[in-house]
Design a protein around this ligand. Structure first.
Ligand code: GLY
Length: 510
Protein backbone atom coordinates (compact mmCIF):
# COMPACT_ATOMS: atom_id res chain seq x y z
CA UNK A 1 0.00 0.00 0.00
CA UNK A 2 1.15 3.56 -0.77
CA UNK A 3 -0.05 6.57 1.22
CA UNK A 4 0.76 10.23 0.63
CA UNK A 5 0.65 13.01 3.21
CA UNK A 6 0.77 16.80 2.89
CA UNK A 7 2.20 19.41 5.26
CA UNK A 8 5.28 20.55 7.15
CA UNK A 9 4.75 20.64 10.88
CA UNK A 10 4.73 18.51 14.06
CA UNK A 11 1.08 17.60 13.44
CA UNK A 12 2.14 16.11 10.08
CA UNK A 13 5.10 14.32 11.68
CA UNK A 14 2.60 12.73 14.11
CA UNK A 15 0.32 11.75 11.20
CA UNK A 16 3.26 10.17 9.34
CA UNK A 17 4.27 8.29 12.48
CA UNK A 18 0.71 6.98 13.02
CA UNK A 19 0.69 5.75 9.41
CA UNK A 20 4.11 4.11 9.91
CA UNK A 21 2.82 2.18 12.96
CA UNK A 22 0.09 0.55 10.82
CA UNK A 23 0.01 -3.20 10.33
CA UNK A 24 -0.43 -2.46 6.60
CA UNK A 25 3.18 -1.16 6.54
CA UNK A 26 2.41 1.47 3.91
CA UNK A 27 5.11 3.09 1.82
CA UNK A 28 4.85 6.71 2.89
CA UNK A 29 5.16 9.56 0.40
CA UNK A 30 5.08 13.22 1.40
CA UNK A 31 4.77 16.72 0.00
CA UNK A 32 5.85 19.69 2.09
CA UNK A 33 7.26 23.18 1.69
CA UNK A 34 10.22 22.56 3.99
CA UNK A 35 12.13 19.32 4.57
CA UNK A 36 10.84 18.25 7.99
CA UNK A 37 13.59 15.96 9.34
CA UNK A 38 11.16 13.56 11.06
CA UNK A 39 8.84 13.09 8.10
CA UNK A 40 11.80 12.82 5.71
CA UNK A 41 13.22 9.97 7.81
CA UNK A 42 9.88 8.11 7.97
CA UNK A 43 9.45 8.32 4.18
CA UNK A 44 12.96 6.94 3.69
CA UNK A 45 12.45 4.09 6.21
CA UNK A 46 9.12 3.06 4.70
CA UNK A 47 10.49 2.91 1.14
CA UNK A 48 8.51 5.99 0.06
CA UNK A 49 9.66 9.43 -1.10
CA UNK A 50 9.65 13.01 0.16
CA UNK A 51 9.35 15.98 -2.21
CA UNK A 52 9.32 19.74 -1.76
CA UNK A 53 6.34 21.37 -3.43
CA UNK A 54 3.72 24.07 -2.98
CA UNK A 55 1.05 22.26 -1.01
CA UNK A 56 -1.81 24.61 -1.87
CA UNK A 57 -1.61 24.07 -5.64
CA UNK A 58 -4.23 21.34 -6.38
CA UNK A 59 -2.79 20.41 -9.84
CA UNK A 60 0.75 20.03 -8.50
CA UNK A 61 -0.32 17.95 -5.49
CA UNK A 62 -2.57 15.69 -7.57
CA UNK A 63 0.18 15.19 -10.19
CA UNK A 64 2.57 13.98 -7.48
CA UNK A 65 -0.06 11.59 -6.14
CA UNK A 66 -0.62 10.23 -9.66
CA UNK A 67 3.09 9.91 -10.35
CA UNK A 68 3.63 7.97 -7.12
CA UNK A 69 0.46 5.88 -7.68
CA UNK A 70 -0.72 6.30 -4.09
CA UNK A 71 -3.83 4.54 -2.72
CA UNK A 72 -4.96 7.60 -0.79
CA UNK A 73 -3.83 11.02 0.41
CA UNK A 74 -4.16 12.56 3.87
CA UNK A 75 -4.06 16.34 4.25
CA UNK A 76 -2.50 17.84 7.41
CA UNK A 77 -3.02 21.63 7.42
CA UNK A 78 -6.07 23.71 6.49
CA UNK A 79 -4.82 25.77 3.55
CA UNK A 80 -4.73 22.81 1.05
CA UNK A 81 -8.38 22.17 1.99
CA UNK A 82 -9.26 25.85 1.42
CA UNK A 83 -7.53 25.71 -1.98
CA UNK A 84 -9.43 22.62 -3.16
CA UNK A 85 -6.62 20.02 -3.03
CA UNK A 86 -9.01 17.20 -1.89
CA UNK A 87 -11.44 18.18 -4.69
CA UNK A 88 -8.76 17.89 -7.39
CA UNK A 89 -7.48 14.57 -6.03
CA UNK A 90 -10.98 13.14 -6.08
CA UNK A 91 -11.66 14.53 -9.55
CA UNK A 92 -8.71 12.36 -10.63
CA UNK A 93 -10.04 9.32 -8.75
CA UNK A 94 -7.55 9.48 -5.85
CA UNK A 95 -9.27 9.05 -2.44
CA UNK A 96 -8.47 11.71 0.11
CA UNK A 97 -8.83 12.09 3.86
CA UNK A 98 -9.36 15.85 3.85
CA UNK A 99 -12.28 18.25 3.77
CA UNK A 100 -13.20 19.49 0.31
CA UNK A 101 -13.21 23.23 -0.29
CA UNK A 102 -16.95 23.79 0.16
CA UNK A 103 -17.24 22.00 3.50
CA UNK A 104 -13.90 23.36 4.75
CA UNK A 105 -15.72 26.72 4.64
CA UNK A 106 -16.69 26.07 8.26
CA UNK A 107 -13.07 26.75 9.13
CA UNK A 108 -12.02 29.14 6.36
CA UNK A 109 -14.81 31.64 6.95
CA UNK A 110 -15.44 32.24 10.63
CA UNK A 111 -18.32 34.46 9.49
CA UNK A 112 -19.95 31.75 7.34
CA UNK A 113 -19.61 29.28 10.22
CA UNK A 114 -21.53 31.64 12.52
CA UNK A 115 -24.24 32.35 9.92
CA UNK A 116 -24.70 28.62 9.45
CA UNK A 117 -24.97 28.12 13.20
CA UNK A 118 -27.69 30.77 13.51
CA UNK A 119 -29.51 29.68 10.37
CA UNK A 120 -29.73 26.07 11.55
CA UNK A 121 -30.29 27.00 15.21
CA UNK A 122 -27.22 25.11 16.43
CA UNK A 123 -26.38 25.51 20.10
CA UNK A 124 -23.25 27.16 21.46
CA UNK A 125 -23.44 30.27 19.29
CA UNK A 126 -22.31 33.85 19.76
CA UNK A 127 -23.70 37.18 18.60
CA UNK A 128 -21.61 38.48 15.71
CA UNK A 129 -21.39 41.02 12.92
CA UNK A 130 -19.15 41.09 9.84
CA UNK A 131 -17.66 44.01 7.97
CA UNK A 132 -15.95 44.55 4.64
CA UNK A 133 -13.87 47.54 5.78
CA UNK A 134 -12.53 49.05 8.97
CA UNK A 135 -14.55 52.23 8.34
CA UNK A 136 -17.78 50.21 8.22
CA UNK A 137 -16.81 48.40 11.44
CA UNK A 138 -15.94 51.59 13.24
CA UNK A 139 -19.17 53.37 12.22
CA UNK A 140 -21.34 50.50 13.48
CA UNK A 141 -19.39 50.11 16.74
CA UNK A 142 -19.76 53.85 17.41
CA UNK A 143 -23.44 53.97 16.51
CA UNK A 144 -24.73 50.95 18.39
CA UNK A 145 -22.48 50.35 21.35
CA UNK A 146 -24.66 52.43 23.74
CA UNK A 147 -27.81 50.47 22.95
CA UNK A 148 -26.61 46.98 22.06
CA UNK A 149 -24.60 46.12 25.12
CA UNK A 150 -22.90 43.11 23.57
CA UNK A 151 -20.98 45.50 21.31
CA UNK A 152 -19.22 46.93 24.37
CA UNK A 153 -17.26 43.77 25.11
CA UNK A 154 -16.11 42.20 21.91
CA UNK A 155 -13.52 40.07 20.16
CA UNK A 156 -12.27 41.70 16.94
CA UNK A 157 -11.05 39.02 14.54
CA UNK A 158 -10.10 38.45 10.93
CA UNK A 159 -13.22 36.97 9.27
CA UNK A 160 -11.07 34.26 7.64
CA UNK A 161 -8.88 31.63 9.26
CA UNK A 162 -5.55 33.40 8.88
CA UNK A 163 -2.96 31.31 10.67
CA UNK A 164 -4.62 31.86 14.06
CA UNK A 165 -3.50 35.51 14.19
CA UNK A 166 -5.14 38.85 14.79
CA UNK A 167 -7.70 38.27 17.57
CA UNK A 168 -8.02 41.11 20.09
CA UNK A 169 -10.52 41.30 22.93
CA UNK A 170 -11.78 44.71 24.07
CA UNK A 171 -13.89 45.15 27.20
CA UNK A 172 -15.33 48.62 27.29
CA UNK A 173 -16.80 48.82 30.77
CA UNK A 174 -14.91 51.67 32.40
CA UNK A 175 -16.46 54.93 31.24
CA UNK A 176 -13.24 56.90 31.79
CA UNK A 177 -11.44 54.65 29.28
CA UNK A 178 -14.21 54.62 26.68
CA UNK A 179 -12.51 56.93 24.16
CA UNK A 180 -9.20 55.11 24.51
CA UNK A 181 -10.90 51.81 23.85
CA UNK A 182 -12.80 53.16 20.83
CA UNK A 183 -9.45 54.32 19.41
CA UNK A 184 -7.96 50.89 20.04
CA UNK A 185 -10.89 49.18 18.29
CA UNK A 186 -10.55 51.47 15.31
CA UNK A 187 -6.77 50.90 15.14
CA UNK A 188 -7.16 47.14 15.28
CA UNK A 189 -9.95 47.22 12.67
CA UNK A 190 -7.52 49.13 10.38
CA UNK A 191 -4.84 46.54 11.04
CA UNK A 192 -7.28 43.71 10.24
CA UNK A 193 -8.30 45.36 6.99
CA UNK A 194 -4.62 45.54 5.95
CA UNK A 195 -3.92 41.99 7.11
CA UNK A 196 -6.87 40.58 5.19
CA UNK A 197 -5.72 42.22 1.91
CA UNK A 198 -3.61 39.12 1.21
CA UNK A 199 -6.77 36.96 1.21
CA UNK A 200 -9.07 37.49 -1.74
CA UNK A 201 -11.15 34.33 -1.31
CA UNK A 202 -13.87 35.75 0.97
CA UNK A 203 -15.76 39.06 0.98
CA UNK A 204 -16.03 39.48 4.76
CA UNK A 205 -12.87 40.98 6.22
CA UNK A 206 -13.57 41.77 9.88
CA UNK A 207 -15.60 39.77 12.36
CA UNK A 208 -16.90 41.22 15.62
CA UNK A 209 -18.18 38.72 18.18
CA UNK A 210 -19.50 39.16 21.67
CA UNK A 211 -16.74 38.52 24.18
CA UNK A 212 -17.05 35.36 26.21
CA UNK A 213 -14.97 33.97 29.00
CA UNK A 214 -14.17 30.43 30.16
CA UNK A 215 -11.86 27.45 29.70
CA UNK A 216 -11.16 26.38 26.12
CA UNK A 217 -10.83 22.86 24.79
CA UNK A 218 -10.63 21.13 21.43
CA UNK A 219 -12.88 18.30 20.33
CA UNK A 220 -11.37 16.55 17.29
CA UNK A 221 -13.52 14.06 15.37
CA UNK A 222 -13.29 11.69 12.43
CA UNK A 223 -16.02 12.22 9.83
CA UNK A 224 -17.06 10.12 6.82
CA UNK A 225 -20.17 11.91 5.61
CA UNK A 226 -22.61 9.84 7.67
CA UNK A 227 -20.94 9.31 10.99
CA UNK A 228 -18.85 11.55 13.26
CA UNK A 229 -16.75 9.94 15.95
CA UNK A 230 -15.23 12.05 18.70
CA UNK A 231 -11.68 11.65 20.03
CA UNK A 232 -10.44 12.43 23.55
CA UNK A 233 -10.67 16.14 24.42
CA UNK A 234 -7.48 18.16 24.33
CA UNK A 235 -6.69 21.57 25.75
CA UNK A 236 -4.26 23.69 23.78
CA UNK A 237 -2.42 26.58 25.48
CA UNK A 238 -2.07 29.41 23.01
CA UNK A 239 -0.23 32.15 24.90
CA UNK A 240 3.52 32.32 24.38
CA UNK A 241 4.46 32.48 28.06
CA UNK A 242 3.74 30.86 31.44
CA UNK A 243 0.29 31.33 32.96
CA UNK A 244 -1.27 32.59 29.73
CA UNK A 245 0.86 35.71 29.32
CA UNK A 246 2.06 37.13 26.00
CA UNK A 247 1.01 36.96 22.37
CA UNK A 248 -1.17 34.11 21.19
CA UNK A 249 0.74 31.49 19.21
CA UNK A 250 -0.31 28.47 17.18
CA UNK A 251 -0.21 26.59 20.51
CA UNK A 252 2.59 26.15 23.03
CA UNK A 253 1.42 22.80 24.35
CA UNK A 254 -1.61 20.67 25.07
CA UNK A 255 -3.01 18.24 27.60
CA UNK A 256 -5.52 15.39 27.50
CA UNK A 257 -7.06 12.70 29.65
CA UNK A 258 -6.98 10.33 31.22
CA UNK A 259 -9.96 9.14 29.18
CA UNK A 260 -12.14 11.21 26.88
CA UNK A 261 -12.78 14.22 29.11
CA UNK A 262 -10.47 16.73 30.81
CA UNK A 263 -10.18 17.40 34.57
CA UNK A 264 -12.34 20.51 34.04
CA UNK A 265 -14.86 19.26 31.45
CA UNK A 266 -17.61 16.78 32.33
CA UNK A 267 -18.93 13.83 30.31
CA UNK A 268 -22.18 15.73 29.68
CA UNK A 269 -20.24 18.72 28.36
CA UNK A 270 -18.25 16.38 26.11
CA UNK A 271 -21.50 14.93 24.74
CA UNK A 272 -23.06 18.36 24.20
CA UNK A 273 -19.92 19.55 22.40
CA UNK A 274 -20.02 16.47 20.16
CA UNK A 275 -23.67 17.14 19.30
CA UNK A 276 -22.76 20.72 18.35
CA UNK A 277 -19.94 19.59 16.03
CA UNK A 278 -22.21 16.94 14.50
CA UNK A 279 -24.96 19.49 13.89
CA UNK A 280 -22.54 21.89 12.20
CA UNK A 281 -21.16 19.21 9.89
CA UNK A 282 -24.70 18.11 9.02
CA UNK A 283 -25.60 21.75 8.30
CA UNK A 284 -22.63 22.38 5.99
CA UNK A 285 -23.35 19.12 4.16
CA UNK A 286 -26.99 20.15 3.78
CA UNK A 287 -26.06 23.63 2.60
CA UNK A 288 -23.43 22.56 0.06
CA UNK A 289 -24.69 19.12 -0.97
CA UNK A 290 -21.11 17.86 -0.36
CA UNK A 291 -19.87 15.09 1.90
CA UNK A 292 -17.53 15.95 4.80
CA UNK A 293 -14.83 13.31 5.03
CA UNK A 294 -11.68 13.81 7.03
CA UNK A 295 -11.02 15.36 10.40
CA UNK A 296 -13.19 18.08 11.89
CA UNK A 297 -12.68 19.82 15.21
CA UNK A 298 -14.58 22.24 17.38
CA UNK A 299 -12.40 24.67 19.24
CA UNK A 300 -14.79 25.11 22.16
CA UNK A 301 -15.19 27.22 25.28
CA UNK A 302 -17.33 26.60 28.31
CA UNK A 303 -19.21 29.90 28.69
CA UNK A 304 -21.66 31.18 31.26
CA UNK A 305 -24.04 32.36 28.54
CA UNK A 306 -24.36 29.12 26.53
CA UNK A 307 -22.43 26.31 28.28
CA UNK A 308 -20.33 24.50 25.59
CA UNK A 309 -19.80 27.14 22.88
CA UNK A 310 -17.98 27.10 19.55
CA UNK A 311 -15.18 29.61 19.22
CA UNK A 312 -13.90 28.33 15.86
CA UNK A 313 -14.00 25.17 13.77
CA UNK A 314 -11.02 23.33 12.25
CA UNK A 315 -11.25 21.27 9.05
CA UNK A 316 -8.23 19.22 10.24
CA UNK A 317 -6.42 18.07 13.36
CA UNK A 318 -5.16 20.84 15.62
CA UNK A 319 -1.44 21.33 16.14
CA UNK A 320 -0.33 20.35 18.82
CA UNK A 321 -3.70 18.63 19.59
CA UNK A 322 -3.06 15.95 16.93
CA UNK A 323 -0.07 14.66 18.90
CA UNK A 324 -2.16 13.93 22.01
CA UNK A 325 -4.85 11.93 20.23
CA UNK A 326 -2.68 10.13 17.68
CA UNK A 327 -0.31 9.15 20.49
CA UNK A 328 -3.27 7.50 22.25
CA UNK A 329 -4.90 5.92 19.20
CA UNK A 330 -4.91 2.13 19.54
CA UNK A 331 -6.88 1.37 16.38
CA UNK A 332 -4.77 1.13 13.22
CA UNK A 333 -4.69 4.64 11.74
CA UNK A 334 -4.66 3.34 8.15
CA UNK A 335 -7.86 1.41 8.97
CA UNK A 336 -9.41 4.62 10.30
CA UNK A 337 -8.44 6.45 7.06
CA UNK A 338 -9.88 3.64 4.91
CA UNK A 339 -13.11 3.67 6.93
CA UNK A 340 -13.38 7.45 6.36
CA UNK A 341 -12.84 6.98 2.62
CA UNK A 342 -15.33 4.09 2.30
CA UNK A 343 -17.96 5.58 4.64
CA UNK A 344 -17.60 2.73 7.13
CA UNK A 345 -16.77 4.74 10.28
CA UNK A 346 -19.94 3.64 12.09
CA UNK A 347 -18.77 0.03 11.82
CA UNK A 348 -15.23 0.63 13.07
CA UNK A 349 -14.55 0.50 16.77
CA UNK A 350 -12.02 3.31 17.37
CA UNK A 351 -10.08 2.85 20.58
CA UNK A 352 -7.75 5.12 22.51
CA UNK A 353 -5.38 4.37 25.36
CA UNK A 354 -6.78 5.48 28.71
CA UNK A 355 -3.70 7.56 29.58
CA UNK A 356 -3.08 11.26 30.17
CA UNK A 357 -0.88 13.09 27.64
CA UNK A 358 1.08 16.32 27.64
CA UNK A 359 2.71 17.98 24.65
CA UNK A 360 5.05 20.96 24.94
CA UNK A 361 6.36 23.02 22.05
CA UNK A 362 9.86 24.45 22.10
CA UNK A 363 10.45 27.57 20.00
CA UNK A 364 13.42 29.85 19.31
CA UNK A 365 13.24 33.30 20.87
CA UNK A 366 11.66 35.74 18.44
CA UNK A 367 8.65 33.47 17.82
CA UNK A 368 5.82 34.46 17.40
CA UNK A 369 6.28 38.25 17.05
CA UNK A 370 9.57 38.42 15.19
CA UNK A 371 9.97 35.16 13.36
CA UNK A 372 13.01 36.30 11.38
CA UNK A 373 15.00 36.25 14.63
CA UNK A 374 13.87 32.65 15.21
CA UNK A 375 15.17 31.43 11.83
CA UNK A 376 18.37 29.81 10.61
CA UNK A 377 19.83 28.59 13.88
CA UNK A 378 21.64 25.25 13.77
CA UNK A 379 19.74 22.69 15.87
CA UNK A 380 20.98 19.77 17.94
CA UNK A 381 18.65 17.22 19.54
CA UNK A 382 19.56 14.15 21.58
CA UNK A 383 16.65 11.97 20.46
CA UNK A 384 18.06 8.91 22.16
CA UNK A 385 17.82 10.45 25.65
CA UNK A 386 14.32 11.70 24.86
CA UNK A 387 13.28 8.17 23.86
CA UNK A 388 14.84 6.80 27.06
CA UNK A 389 12.61 9.18 29.03
CA UNK A 390 9.64 7.54 27.23
CA UNK A 391 8.88 10.71 25.29
CA UNK A 392 8.43 11.25 21.60
CA UNK A 393 9.87 14.20 19.74
CA UNK A 394 8.08 15.58 16.69
CA UNK A 395 9.88 17.97 14.38
CA UNK A 396 8.02 21.17 13.53
CA UNK A 397 9.43 24.29 11.96
CA UNK A 398 12.83 22.78 11.13
CA UNK A 399 14.49 22.21 7.81
CA UNK A 400 16.92 19.43 6.95
CA UNK A 401 19.61 20.60 4.53
CA UNK A 402 21.13 18.46 1.75
CA UNK A 403 24.23 18.26 3.94
CA UNK A 404 22.25 16.77 6.86
CA UNK A 405 22.20 19.86 9.09
CA UNK A 406 18.96 20.96 10.72
CA UNK A 407 18.07 24.67 10.78
CA UNK A 408 15.24 26.37 12.66
CA UNK A 409 12.60 27.80 10.29
CA UNK A 410 11.03 30.51 12.49
CA UNK A 411 8.08 28.87 14.25
CA UNK A 412 7.62 26.09 16.83
CA UNK A 413 10.79 24.02 16.39
CA UNK A 414 9.84 20.71 18.02
CA UNK A 415 6.98 19.35 20.13
CA UNK A 416 7.57 16.71 22.81
CA UNK A 417 4.87 14.24 23.89
CA UNK A 418 4.71 12.22 27.11
CA UNK A 419 2.02 9.84 28.33
CA UNK A 420 1.40 8.84 31.92
CA UNK A 421 -1.32 8.02 34.44
CA UNK A 422 -2.01 11.66 35.12
CA UNK A 423 -1.38 15.01 33.45
CA UNK A 424 1.00 16.39 36.08
CA UNK A 425 3.29 13.39 35.84
CA UNK A 426 3.31 13.56 32.04
CA UNK A 427 4.15 17.26 32.28
CA UNK A 428 7.18 16.60 34.50
CA UNK A 429 8.41 13.88 32.11
CA UNK A 430 8.37 16.32 29.19
CA UNK A 431 10.24 18.91 31.27
CA UNK A 432 13.11 16.44 31.74
CA UNK A 433 13.56 16.23 27.96
CA UNK A 434 13.63 19.96 27.23
CA UNK A 435 17.41 20.46 27.91
CA UNK A 436 18.18 17.94 25.15
CA UNK A 437 16.97 20.35 22.47
CA UNK A 438 19.58 23.05 21.74
CA UNK A 439 20.56 25.72 19.26
CA UNK A 440 24.27 25.39 18.57
CA UNK A 441 24.91 29.12 18.04
CA UNK A 442 23.74 29.85 21.59
CA UNK A 443 20.47 31.57 20.54
CA UNK A 444 17.76 31.04 23.16
CA UNK A 445 14.82 28.66 23.13
CA UNK A 446 11.69 28.89 25.25
CA UNK A 447 8.82 26.63 26.29
CA UNK A 448 6.05 26.58 28.90
CA UNK A 449 6.89 24.53 31.96
CA UNK A 450 3.45 25.39 33.45
CA UNK A 451 1.42 23.35 30.94
CA UNK A 452 0.01 20.36 32.83
CA UNK A 453 1.28 21.68 36.19
CA UNK A 454 -0.84 21.48 39.34
CA UNK A 455 -1.03 25.29 39.42
CA UNK A 456 -2.34 25.76 35.89
CA UNK A 457 -4.72 22.80 36.14
CA UNK A 458 -6.16 24.20 39.39
CA UNK A 459 -6.70 27.56 37.68
CA UNK A 460 -8.57 25.85 34.79
CA UNK A 461 -10.68 23.79 37.22
CA UNK A 462 -11.60 26.89 39.28
CA UNK A 463 -12.65 28.83 36.20
CA UNK A 464 -14.66 25.89 34.82
CA UNK A 465 -16.45 25.46 38.18
CA UNK A 466 -17.47 29.11 38.26
CA UNK A 467 -18.66 29.11 34.64
CA UNK A 468 -20.49 25.80 35.11
CA UNK A 469 -22.40 27.08 38.14
CA UNK A 470 -23.54 30.10 36.15
CA UNK A 471 -24.59 28.35 32.96
CA UNK A 472 -26.36 25.62 34.93
CA UNK A 473 -28.22 28.24 36.93
CA UNK A 474 -29.26 29.92 33.67
CA UNK A 475 -30.38 26.57 32.31
CA UNK A 476 -32.46 25.88 35.44
CA UNK A 477 -34.21 29.25 34.94
CA UNK A 478 -34.78 28.65 31.23
CA UNK A 479 -32.55 31.56 30.19
CA UNK A 480 -29.56 29.70 28.75
CA UNK A 481 -28.43 31.58 25.66
CA UNK A 482 -30.60 34.63 26.42
CA UNK A 483 -29.00 38.09 26.27
CA UNK A 484 -30.08 41.39 27.83
CA UNK A 485 -33.07 42.79 25.95
CA UNK A 486 -34.00 45.73 28.12
CA UNK A 487 -31.86 48.71 29.04
CA UNK A 488 -32.53 51.45 31.61
CA UNK A 489 -33.60 54.68 29.86
CA UNK A 490 -33.51 52.94 26.47
CA UNK A 491 -36.24 50.33 26.81
CA UNK A 492 -36.63 47.08 24.94
CA UNK A 493 -33.76 46.28 22.59
CA UNK A 494 -33.30 43.31 20.35
CA UNK A 495 -29.81 41.93 21.04
CA UNK A 496 -30.02 39.96 17.79
CA UNK A 497 -30.90 43.12 15.81
CA UNK A 498 -27.60 43.42 14.00
CA UNK A 499 -27.76 39.77 13.01
CA UNK A 500 -30.77 40.14 10.74
CA UNK A 501 -28.82 41.20 7.64
CA UNK A 502 -26.15 38.58 8.45
CA UNK A 503 -28.73 35.84 8.27
CA UNK A 504 -30.07 37.12 4.96
CA UNK A 505 -26.48 37.02 3.61
CA UNK A 506 -26.43 33.34 4.54
CA UNK A 507 -29.63 32.71 2.56
CA UNK A 508 -28.21 34.56 -0.48
CA UNK A 509 -25.05 32.44 -0.22
CA UNK A 510 -27.12 29.24 -0.19
N1 GLY B 1 -3.79 24.57 18.09
C1 GLY B 1 -4.46 25.48 17.27
C2 GLY B 1 -4.62 25.13 15.86
O1 GLY B 1 -4.32 24.02 15.47
O2 GLY B 1 -5.03 25.96 15.07
Amino acid sequence: MKVMGIGNASREHAIAEALERSKHHPMIFWLAEIRNPGIFEICKRSGGEFALSKTTAPEKVASHAEKWGVDFVIVGPEEPNFHGVPDELERRGIPCVGASRDVAMIEMSKAEMRRLQWEYGIKGKLLFKTFRSSQEAYTVLERYSDTLTWLQNIALKPARQAGGKGVKVVEDQQLYLHDEKQRFKSKHADWLEGYMKSYSDIDDKILVEEKVWGPEYTLQCFADGNCIKGMPLVQDNKHAHEFDIGTETGGMGSISGPGFTLPFITKEEYQESLEIVRALVKAIQDKTGKIYHGVVAGQMMLTEIEGPTIIEMYSRFGDPEALNVLGLLKTDFVDVCLAIIDGRLSKLDIEFDDKATVVKAIAPKGYPDNRDLAKNHLVSVDEQVIRQENCKLYWGSASLSEGGEILSAGSRLVEILAMSDDIQRASRIVDKCVPYVKLLDGWGLFYRSDIGSHELLSKRIDIADRVRRLYQYRRSKGILGKRIDWLPRVGKMDPVALLKDELSKSKEGG
